[in-house]
Design a protein around this ligand. Sequence first.
Ligand SMILES: CC(C)(COP(=O)(O)OP(=O)(O)OC[C@H]1O[C@@H](n2cnc3c(N)ncnc32)[C@H](O)[C@@H]1OP(=O)(O)O)[C@@H](O)C(=O)NCCC(=O)NCCS
Length: 178
Amino acid sequence: MIKITEQLFLKAIKSTHTKTLYTLMQEVYALSYSSFWKDKGQWYIDSQYAKEVVLKELLETNADYYFIVFNNEVVGVFRFVWDQKLKENSEEKQVKLHRVYIHPKAQHNGLGKTLLTWLEEKAQTQGYTLIWLDAMNEQPQAFQFYKKQGYKHYSHTFLTYDLLHDKVRKMSQLYKKI
Ligand SMILES: CC(C)(COP(=O)(O)OP(=O)(O)OC[C@H]1O[C@@H](n2cnc3c(N)ncnc32)[C@H](O)[C@@H]1OP(=O)(O)O)[C@@H](O)C(=O)NCCC(=O)NCCS
């Protein structure tokens, strides 16, 4: 376990944790995003957290994938991918924040902010100069959060998944120089 604060730890996700991860994200993802989807998000959850998908992601050597543990309880996930580029032709060393999901019962305790700061410092010490991520525009909670942490708009796109409601298709790429 990686200790971030007295109450906050990161526990590496391993191949033996696929069931725990699926159960967790079925709850955590749905609590924040089920209203985006015609099927309440079940197809998307399966596409991201089915056992075979997770096992494949765990083989990616340039990615780190953790459970967020707060007060001895698993409350979310945190995943980032080193050297995945926002600006394709840039020589800059870039890291993608792929997932940060915190259960509503643990939100607004400063966990998100603490984890982003921790990632920024870790990336900086390894010579990275930019962090970026994808965020759904119609999730104001996440959007405001990233804005507050200093992330800026880079570009946007519209997701084409059939099951997504039309009004929430906009997704932005946000970045922060570190
Ligand atoms: C977005 C998320 C990661 C934020 O984490 P969090 O632990 O709740 O946020 P924090 O408590 O660290 O808040 C940090 C700052 O952001 C602000 N913030 C958090 N949620 C906010 C909201 N809904 N509206 C406005 N500001 C918000 C806080 O006020 C705080 O500001 P401060 O530093 O001035 O005090 C978390 O709410 C979450 O997991 N949401 C659901 C899943 C999700 O959408 N993930 C992002 C996918 S791209």
